[in-house]
Design a protein around this ligand. Structure first.
Ligand code: F1P
Length: 346
């Protein structure tokens, strides 16, 4: 795919992923605004995409819960390029939001997993994520696949609009190609994460904190814990902590920090210190080799280094594993969580 994007190879795989954009590339490039609509995990992937599109393509982005967007009276114009993200392709709220945007003349692009699904059919064009079927109800690999596709879209868009320099575009493509091997590496922490899960499986609350690209990952980590372990969890931008959530911290509160070495590292280290001063239990996802956070945290989970825009592809993995192990230890059915449906069609 990367070779296809470099223009070196019209690879079949590349056509499958980015090919859906071909007929709409002009509208995408010249969009006044990108509106992203989705629910649940897909909405979190949309938040990552907001950071990517604004950073690399410099087009304003709004990310909306489809379940809210469909019921209000949003301003939608013909110059808007709407991206609908859905694993199942059947989510009723997302479908209704698409119809609303379509009726106002916007162009709708789908990022869906299921070929021929209702959302894929309702959109003008789209890219399939081809992540295979999600066996469980809670989205996991769909999230990774959605972010991968949205990253490729953001890079292409930025490169074509001239807001992303060719050298940086190539550097990011190279880094993207290195991600699968780094995912394998991140999975090697599984046994350690299982041990951490055994220490916190009886906690009643969890806080997840991240900055920048890791903020949506914090939200997703908290959602996974709620969905499959039935533990109350909140995700916040770490900088928001002082505006309220800090009141929750005591020796009973596990706080998961996503504290990788990127542009907000120093800031998140000071957030870790604030939690430590209040005796919170710190579980930190850090970049391989980081020793500073290690000296402060109760547990650190290392992931390989990568460009900060690609970090969510790696940093979400330990959080998914943590939720999985906690759920199993609490006797929860991780594939069929109570009250949740695979496709929310009402
Ligand atoms: C959206 C979603 C999932 C969640 C659960 C309920 O689905 O909220 O993120 O894990 O399955 O539905 P989708 O539109 O991405 O299929």
């Amino acid at each position: 795919i990367a070779d296809c994007m470099r223009g070196r190879l019209d690879a079949q795989a590349g056509r499958l992923i980015v090919g859906g954009l071909r007929d709409y590339i002009n509208k995408f490039q010249n969009a006044d605004r990108i509106i992203i609509i989705a629910c649940g995990t897909s909405w979190h992937a949309g938040l990552v995409a907001e950071y990517l599109f604004e950073e690399f393509a410099r087009i304003p982005v709004e990310v909306e819960y489809a379940s809210e967007f469909r019921y209000r009276n949003p301003v939608i114009n013909e110059g808007d390029f709407v991206i609908a993200i859905s694993q199942s392709g059947e989510t009723a709220d997302t479908l209704a939001a698409i119809e609303l945007a379509k009726s106002k003349g916007a162009t709708i692009f789908g990022v869906c997993n299921v070929v021929g699904s209702s959302i894929a059919r309702a959109t003008h064009a789209g890219s399939y994520t081809h992540a295979g079927p999600e066996i469980g109800v809670a989205s996991t690999k769909a999230f990774t696949a959605q972010i991968s596709v949205l990253t490729m879209m953001a890079l292409m868009l930025g490169y074509q609009r001239g807001t992303l320099a060719e050298s940086k575009y190539m550097q990011l493509l190279n880094e993207l190609e290195a991600i699968p091997a780094k995912v394998e590496k991140a999975l090697e922490s599984n046994a350690q994460i299982e041990y951490i899960a055994s220490q916190y499986k009886d906690a009643r609350n969890f806080l997840y904190l991240g900055r920048g690209y890791n903020f949506p990952v914090a939200l997703e980590g908290a959602l996974k814990l709620k969905e499959i372990s039935y533990i109350h969890a909140e995700g916040y931008p770490a900088a928001e902590m002082k505006h309220g959530p800090i009141a929750l911290i005591d020796e009973e509160m596990p706080v998961v920090f996503i504290a990788t070495k990127d542009s907000s590292y120093e800031k998140i280290v000071s957030n870790i210190q604030e939690v430590k001063a209040r005796k919170g239990k710190i579980i930190a996802v850090v970049t391989e080799g980081d020793t500073s956070v290690k000296s402060m945290a109760d547990h650190v989970i290392e992931i390989p280094a990568t460009h900060e825009a690609l970090v969510p592809l790696l940093s979400v993995i330990p959080l998914q594993l943590l939720s999985y192990h906690i759920a199993v230890m609490r006797g929860c059915n991780v594939d069929q969580p109570r009250n949740l449906a695979k496709s929310v069609t009402v």
